[in-house]
Design a protein around this ligand. Structure first.
Ligand SMILES: [Zn+2]
Length: 175
């Protein structure tokens, strides 16, 4: 799914699970469960492009992939800002030390998000630094297999993923 969904799933997990190690593991599992649901997160051949460089075929982030990352960051930042201004995520907004203190006493929030994003972070790292180790991790991982399901249409799927984001944000606020 889009990383906006994964970020807020990780945040909701971090809110529920105080133990950072457990929150991290549940975050990792949440990514697989969410990705197993058929979703649109880019078109094949547009999100990534295969380019030839020095006789070697290299997979790079395509124009659409960059747009998706841009919108993921923008939407996530906007919702994060709303949660901050309202004092839910950032107790004494905009007093920066209060945010650091809050995250320090609630490490599972950050760790939950990191766990939820791990699979995609590894894949992005592979695109920029295509090492053998990362290749093995990305090509034969459960993550890649689970993504190979049928892709639904873009707009309905974006709305569907929006509902997931709303659910995770509300669960973060309310529970
Ligand atoms: Zn994924």
């Amino acid at each position: 799914m889009l990383d906006t969904v994964h970020v807020f799933a990780g945040l909701a997990i971090g809110r529920q699970i105080a133990n950072p190690i457990v929150a991290f593991i549940v975050g990792i599992i949440s990514h697989i469960i969410l990705d197993a649901i058929p979703h649109w997160d880019g078109d094949k051949g547009k999100k990534y492009e295969d380019r030839e460089k020095n006789g070697e075929c290299k997979r790079v982030l395509g124009r659409q992939g960059k747009q998706i990352i841009f919108w993921d960051i923008t939407v996530t930042s906007c919702i994060g800002l709303l949660l901050s201004v309202s004092g839910i995520l950032w107790p004494d907004f905009p007093d920066f030390p209060s945010l650091i203190a809050h995250l320090y006493t609630h490490p599972s929030l950050i760790v939950g998000v990191l766990g939820a994003l791990l699979w995609d972070i590894v894949y992005l790292a592979y695109l920029f630094y295509p090492s053998e180790w990362l290749k093995r991790f990305t090509l034969f991982s459960l993550h890649k297999k689970i993504q190979d399901n049928e892709t639904p249409k873009k707009i309905p799927s974006l709305l569907f993923q929006g509902v997931f984001v709303l659910f995770f944000v509300l669960s973060f606020i309310l529970w």
